[in-house]
Design a protein around this ligand. Structure first.
Ligand SMILES: [Zn+2]
Length: 469
């Protein structure tokens, strides 16, 4: 499938477009930061042709007169020439379809590319999805003026514990090892050293930790699962996860000694460690499960999280998970527009998660622009979404512009604006975990917090077992 898609895209580059629909001028207008009212006003100008909302822009395919009107109200981002609606498709841009094989997309929509492609060709690509005229492909969270709520002092006190400098130091530590899953067990493979370091971090925080082995080709890297028991709802879990393996451009066992993966995904894994550090001293009613996954880069949909989800489903424990928060690439921003992508499916349950996190970004991570996408793909959130568990991916919205993605140059110093961007996503996630895991009153915080009573002990064993399966 991977090779076939790539070959077809190469064919696309070489072949003239032949489609039936009427071609009209297509222009992307920058709608970042616009109010909901002004965005709707722009859409009303499109009385011929159609519009597509992408989260960053409004793509308008319409006669010149329409563009003349819109151009007076909005800044042109890019012009795309003549397009018709039936030649527009969304293609996933995650791990299985390298962004480099998708030339010059019309727009990046979450983790998908909006591309122009002959319908005959698109029909041969299983992942290609047609787009409907006048549709929202992804959207910016646009709170009404004055919608920012007074922060809850308890949530705020949790958020204030986030330390972006500490997180970045952990990121640098992890990026110091070549963490290819193919390097496990081959004599000092970096991923095994990273595993040992992760275990030490969690254990230093007083958390019990397991390291179930997973199969990646001939290698047997480990997941690292740590548990911090809840109080009276300890049988219900909030999972905080990220993959800690990294990969090279060819995703092969060759070149495993050159895979620093600072942004993808030391950033997310260090984020899991930071959340564990924050919540080690902050009791919550629900149990927190911290998961660092190996083998993500070799699985089409995060195979290792998939394995954990399937094992939990088989044991009947899957429904214990009340929320899965996944971090994959959280530290890069190409500019001072600090935009986070919140991604899940569009079911009412998942939409509620996305809306809640977007509102928390407004309240607890000031200066963050949240983009909501309900067409998820390509990371460790997928197995939880597919299992019907409330779950979301938090990722910087500029990820597709990070030129060091899957390159040997994915180094800490190349992550532009790391602490400003990563700090915002960490504050947002600290708030989301505090709310969803039901943080106790601030008076009960203590840096030596230990769970009291049998409830915590009984469910520790179950949560522990979740890692072993
Ligand atoms: Zn990743």
């Amino acid at each position: 499938m991977i090779r076939r898609t790539t070959a077809l895209l190469a064919l696309l580059l070489a072949s003239p477009l032949v489609t039936a629909g009427e071609r009209l001028p297509a222009v992307s207008y920058d709608t970042r930061g616009a109010s909901a009212a002004s965005l709707e006003a722009l859409k009303r100008q499109v009385d011929a042709g159609f519009w597509l909302e992408t989260g960053d822009a409004l793509v308008v395919v319409a006669p010149p007169a329409v563009h003349a009107r819109i151009g007076r109200r909005a800044k042109v981002d890019r012009e795309h020439g003549l397009l018709s609606g039936d030649e527009l498709f969304l293609l996933p841009m995650g791990c299985e379809v390298e962004r480099h094989t998708i030339p010059n997309p019309i727009a990046v929509v979450g983790r998908h590319a909006l591309v122009r492609m002959p319908p005959m060709l698109a029909r041969q690509i299983a992942d290609a999805r047609a787009v409907q005229p006048d549709s929202v492909l992804a959207r910016e969270h646009r709170p009404a003026p004055g919608a920012k709520r007074a922060p809850d002092p308890v949530i705020q006190s949790v958020v204030d514990r986030v330390d972006p400098a500490r997180w970045f130091a952990d990121l640098e530590t992890l990026a110091g090892w070549n963490r290819s899953s193919y390097g496990s067990g081959t004599g000092g493979g970096g991923i095994d050293l990273a595993r040992d370091w992760l275990v030490a971090q969690f254990e230093a925080l007083g958390m019990s930790t397991t390291t179930p082995q997973v199969a990646v080709g001939a290698s047997r890297p480990n997941n690292v699962i740590a548990v911090r028991p809840g109080t009276d709802l300890a049988g219900e879990w909030v999972l905080v996860g990220a993959h800690y393996d990294s990969r090279n451009p060819t995703n092969s066992s060759a070149g495993v000694a050159n895979t620093p993966g600072a942004e993808d995904n030391a950033s997310g894994c260090a984020g899991v460690v930071e959340m564990a550090t924050v919540f080690a001293a902050v009791p919550t009613r629900r149990t927190l499960v911290f998961a660092c996954y190996a083998g993500e880069e070799q699985g089409l949909l995060g195979s290792i999280a998939q394995a954990q989800a399937q094992a939990l489903a088989a044991s009947g424990d899957l429904s214990r998970i009340k929320l899965a928060v996944i971090m994959d690439m959280i530290g890069y921003s190409g500019d001072q527009d600090f935009d986070v992508l919140l991604e899940s499916s569009g079911t009412p349950t998942q939409l509620a998660v996305l809306e809640q996190f977007a509102a928390l970004a407004t309240d607890y991570a000031p200066g963050t622009r949240a983009v909501i996408d309900t067409n998820p793909c390509c990371s460790d959130h997928m197995p939880w979404i597919n299992g019907g568990i409330p779950a979301l991916l938090t990722i910087e919205n500029d990820w597709s512009q990070y030129v060091h993605y899957h390159q040997t140059s994915d180094l800490p110093q190349n992550i532009t604006n790391a602490q400003a961007m990563g700090g915002r996503i960490l504050r947002l996630n600290a708030a989301g975990i505090a709310v969803r895991a039901e943080v106790l009153a601030a008076a009960q915080f203590s840096d030596g917090f230990e769970p009291q009573g049998a409830a915590g002990d009984a469910t520790t064993a179950a949560a522990q077992a979740a890692g072993d399966r």
